[in-house]
Ligand binder design. Structure first.
Ligand code: ZN
Ligand code: ZN
Length: 277
């Protein structure tokens, strides 16, 4: 899946999750909560592609996100080298490897949630780095007037807006309670990314580090094993090739549907806000 599809599906997951969190904790998050949830989900759904140089999340924060990307890629290569089995594919296992696994998504989310216990600044920095690519990618997928009026499709502007949002959250005192929310959002967003990639022909190594039979050995042949075998969420004829004309058309529809649903989730809060004014 390409950036736009990842960002829009992540935004929908994030917006829905802030609704669930609001209902579960009784917190009145309102339209701001849903909006921040959507932006955070969109950004988190771009994080797994930090394992590819030049991806949106890789370049969104300049040298800072590039350094995070290089660190993730190094971890991915080390994990591949140390856990690969004879029937795992050749290569260094960098792209669509460790950073695309559910294990990594949950660990990173946990790390962010725990980091919030150290200092609210950890949450602040993480949120800026996640929000910036989310804002940029959503602006590129959204209606034209966003690009014309807000210019948030450009990386530096998206980064500035992300800093502004986090500064506002900090100033209002909301940021201190957002550490675990950021952690859960990151894990969920990254999982949504992996589901997106698994709907295409690429697939991702869902079951790492579990040892499995590779996909070429038959049931009768003894397979020396594979840990990085990729799995999919759709039956073979329904998977599309990333970047192909039909793939782009399918992802375009997914983007619009997700954005409309995010809008629908925000509608009750906007209506309440209008009634108050
Ligand atoms: Zn990916
Ligand atoms: Zn095999």
């Amino acid at each position: 899946m390409m950036n736009g599809g990842h960002a829009c599906t992540g935004a929908l997951a994030g917006a829905a999750m802030s609704g669930v969190v609001g209902a579960a904790t009784g917190a009145q998050l309102g339209v701001a909560g849903t909006a921040v949830g959507a932006l955070l989900g969109a950004g988190a759904a771009l994080l797994p592609d930090l394992d590819a140089d030049g991806a949106t999340a890789y370049r969104s924060g300049g040298p800072v996100t590039a350094a995070v990307g290089e660190t993730f890629q190094w971890l991915a290569r080390v994990a591949y080298r140390t856990t690969r089995l004879p029937h795992d594919p050749d290569g260094d296992g960098e792209h669509r490897g460790l950073v695309h696994t559910p294990v990594f998504a949950v660990m990173l989310g946990l790390l962010v949630a725990l980091g919030a216990l150290l200092s609210p600044w950890v949450t602040a920095v993480v949120m800026v780095l996640v929000l910036a690519p989310g804002i940029g990618a959503l602006s590129r997928s959204g209606p034209k007037w966003v690009r014309r009026r807000l210019r948030t499709h450009r990386d530096p502007v998206a980064l500035l807006v992300a800093v502004g949002i986090v500064a506002l959250l900090m100033w209002s005192g909301a940021l201190t309670n957002l550490g675990w929310f950021a952690g859960v959002s990151i894990a969920v967003g990254m999982l949504v990314h992996s589901v997106g990639d698994s709907a295409t022909r690429s697939g991702i190594p869902w079951t790492w580090p579990i040892r499995r039979r590779c996909d070429t050995c038959s049931m009768t042949v003894r397979c020396p094993g594979s840990r990085w075998r990729r799995s999919h969420v759709l039956p073979k004829p329904m998977r599309w090739r990333v970047g192909s004309p039909s793939g782009k058309a399918i992802e375009g529809v997914i983007e619009v549907v997700c954005l409309v649903l995010v809008g629908a989730l925000m509608l009750p809060d906007v209506a309440a806000l209008m009634a108050m004014a």
